[in-house]
Design a protein. Structure first.
Length: 219
């Protein structure tokens, strides 16, 4: 089965899959990061937008948002929840929409599917001069949250991510996110650990955050 069909099949129940305590903490952290870094005047390209959950997490208005996903099922669900927003059913590596965005997001796992270079290509093609970007990447821990698409995933070490981004001209921070075995942490504790984590390899998290957001540059 192709990857887009897998997401078509899970689209109607997708949001319900991510309602546990740790998922709420993850939402809290992503929301804190996005709302602190994205202005209401920024234009946002949401790569692999899924059901549009980033709109709620980042408190985005319909005029600043453009979501793209290759799963028609995901797009249909997103439109049912956010009927004034723009969603396009298209492969994110083949977008023909010519516009420059201030913010480009890939949350979660899109970079695992398309690779780091193609992610950088999208930023270069569709990003403005002052582009801000953030991706959440699956770490190689086989967590059940993303095991159902594991056959389509590429995994990268933090060092590989940093080196590959630098080769394409992007000096990115690469941070641990959602720490394995630490579900007893409060959202604030997990947030602080994410913000202050080092770029070195630790292998104890579900995800990596790739970004040039100032919130990470200041720590």
């Amino acid at each position: 089965m192709d990857l887009d069909k897998i997401y078509d099949n899970v689209a109607k129940d997708y949001d319900n899959k991510y309602q546990s305590a740790i998922h709420k903490i993850e939402d809290y952290i992503i929301s804190h990061i996005l709302t602190s870094q994205i202005k209401s005047t920024d234009t946002v390209l949401d790569l692999g937008c899924g059901t549009g959950h980033v709109i709620t997490l980042a408190n985005l208005n319909y005029m600043q948002y453009y979501g793209v996903d290759f799963s028609q099922g995901m797009i249909d669900d997103a439109k049912s929840k956010y009927n004034n927003y723009t969603f396009v059913n298209q492969d994110i590596t083949k977008m023909d929409y010519i516009k420059y965005f201030n913010v480009i997001l890939a949350i979660y796992g899109q970079v695992n599917y398309i690779g780091i270079k193609k992610f950088c290509d999208i930023i270069q093609k569709h990003g403005s001069k002052d582009i801000k970007y953030m991706a959440v990447v699956y770490a190689k821990n086989g967590h059940e949250d993303y095991s159902y698409t594991q056959n389509y995933q590429n995994y990268f070490t933090k060092q590989e991510i940093k080196e590959s981004m630098l080769q394409e001209g992007f000096d990115a921070s690469v941070k641990d996110f959602s720490f394995n075995g630490k579900q007893e942490f409060t959202g604030q504790q997990q947030l602080e650990r994410t913000l202050f984590s080092k770029d070195k390899e630790t292998n104890n998290c579900k995800y990596y955050i790739i970004t040039n957001f100032d919130i990470f540059r200041k720590v």
